[in-house]
Design a protein around this ligand. Sequence first.
Ligand SMILES: *[C@@H]1O[C@H](CO)[C@@H](O)[C@H](O)[C@H]1NC(C)=O
Ligand SMILES: *[C@@H]1O[C@H](CO)[C@@H](O)[C@H](O)[C@H]1NC(C)=O
Ligand SMILES: *[C@@H]1O[C@H](CO)[C@@H](O)[C@H](O)[C@H]1NC(C)=O
Ligand SMILES: *[C@@H]1O[C@H](CO)[C@@H](O)[C@H](O)[C@H]1NC(C)=O
Ligand SMILES: *[C@@H]1O[C@H](CO)[C@@H](O)[C@H](O)[C@H]1NC(C)=O
Ligand SMILES: CC(=O)N[C@H]1CO[C@H](CO)[C@@H](O)[C@@H]1O
Length: 491
Amino acid sequence: MVMHFLLVLLFAVSTVVADEEPFIGVNIGTDLSDMPHPTQVVALLKAQQIRHIRLYNADQAMLTALSKSGIQVVISVPNEELLAIGQSNSTASNWVSRNVLAYYPATNITAICVGSEVLTTLPNVAKVLVNALNYIHSALVASNLDRQIKVSTPLPSTMILDSFPPSQAFFNTSMNQVLKPMLDFLQSTQSYLMLNVYPYHDYMESNGVIPLDYALFKPIPPNKESIDSNTLLHYSNVFDAVVDAAYFAMSYMNYTNIPVVVTETGWPSKGDSNEPGATLANANTYNSNLIKHVLNKTGTPKLPGIGVSTYIYELYNEDKQPGALSEKNWGLFDSNGVPVYVLQLTGSGAVLANDTKGETYCVAKDGADPKMLQAGIDWACGPGKVDCSPLLQGKPCYDPDNVVAHANYAFDAYYHKMGKSTESCNFNDMATISTSDPSHGSCIFPGSLGFSNAPAPAPSHFSGCTLLRCELRIRSLLIVIGLLISEVVLL
Ligand SMILES: *[C@@H]1O[C@H](CO)[C@@H](O)[C@H](O)[C@H]1NC(C)=O
Ligand SMILES: *[C@@H]1O[C@H](CO)[C@@H](O)[C@H](O)[C@H]1NC(C)=O
Ligand SMILES: *[C@@H]1O[C@H](CO)[C@@H](O)[C@H](O)[C@H]1NC(C)=O
Ligand SMILES: *[C@@H]1O[C@H](CO)[C@@H](O)[C@H](O)[C@H]1NC(C)=O
Ligand SMILES: *[C@@H]1O[C@H](CO)[C@@H](O)[C@H](O)[C@H]1NC(C)=O
Ligand SMILES: CC(=O)N[C@H]1CO[C@H](CO)[C@@H](O)[C@@H]1O
């Protein structure tokens, strides 16, 4: 077995080439009860220097607002429209006229996602997927736009089985009838494999076997790296392992020159009590490290130097997403365009300018009399009608249990409740306005942009299981088994 994979490795020398700089883009889901107007969305994108986005449809107002913005746009054929398009060349050609030709080139459409995760979610549509790809592509050829606009379809990484060690990964063979012509299509049209990668789910569902640091791209000691025993490549994060699994799965089918673009990845900033991995600190760490990793052009262990352009899931928190609390909290921003947390991107170049809000806080003055502070707390939490429940024993802001720390929280909560009026930060002259965020651990102060140094709690439960996530779980178990095996091999 090992020999076999080494041979594949030696002879299937990859010809994937980097023809452009890797970039970071952002997905824009619209399941918000107060979805901002497209002009506001585009204003946010510009303010944040986001130059690549992916839409889940081809919304007319969005595509109009994006006109002449300089932003490169991936549009999508929604799954509901796929059956009709895959059955009729003229329906496909009409779709391209209405949704591409009507906006291009003013709106810089660079790719079309034909459906999303079709093979795993819509088996009846899977049969026409390759037709749909071909029809959409031939409509672009007819308009001489096939070189500017790529056509592909995002796959969930759950389609890759045995993904650790990556060199043994292969596509679920039950999909071969669609996969082979699909990869032929991607190769002959010089398109790319679109892959959705969710280390969050891998981590959550591994029940502690995948170390959090490995999922979050945190530095891990060399002796803790996962080693692919066939290739001796060292893996220091889940993201690279999954992307390499895709490269190996393709090369196993003799496709060695199709680049991978990650169409979705991210981390939720909040979750239900059985989703302990979904925290502000973890979301911030994952997305900050991801951005640095992608823009650093490190590539993956299999293809060092070949950057993997990546779209973060997602721009906004989508409060109308069904399911677990985490499903509503993958966003980088709330509907007002306020960052959910401040990414830590020092030194990574101009993407996602993070400091958009000169936030202020109301805290106890240095040296203030503890008795006076206590009186202020009592007033704020009583007549002042501040929600002081986070200060109760067992709640996030109980510790440190001292009057100054509790006064800071109560004063700041009152100040924000009163719309940050200067008069509301007085408390008998015991309080002062500050620009540094007093949040600590999981105690997030009112007005905080959310960055917190909270250590992530250890995973203790399985998360809820929606249709899609159940599939993810199966793959995670395989990764886990792979990790175990590789550790045994190391020993
Ligand atoms: C779209 O963006 C790419 C990359 O910046 C650029 O090369 C191309 O000319 C743009 N196309 C249009 C139609 O603006
Ligand atoms: C499909 O339509 C395109 C134009 O949109 C045309 O160039 C192509 O030949 C058609 N293909 C088939 C199989 O009819
Ligand atoms: C492979 O795909 C088939 C069809 O979608 C699915 O029923 C099966 O569970 C998958 N196999 C694995 C191991 O995930
Ligand atoms: C890949 O190519 C090799 C050598 O040409 C061939 O032996 C093998 O059967 C091919 N594998 C697949 C899955 O087509
Ligand atoms: C970027 O990659 C270089 C090596 O190519 C490495 O030395 C450097 O530490 C990396 N920077 C970050 C921020 O990861
Ligand atoms: C791109 C950008 O503006 N990054 C900033 C994010 O915030 C940190 C800390 O405030 C700055 O150092 C970065 O320059």
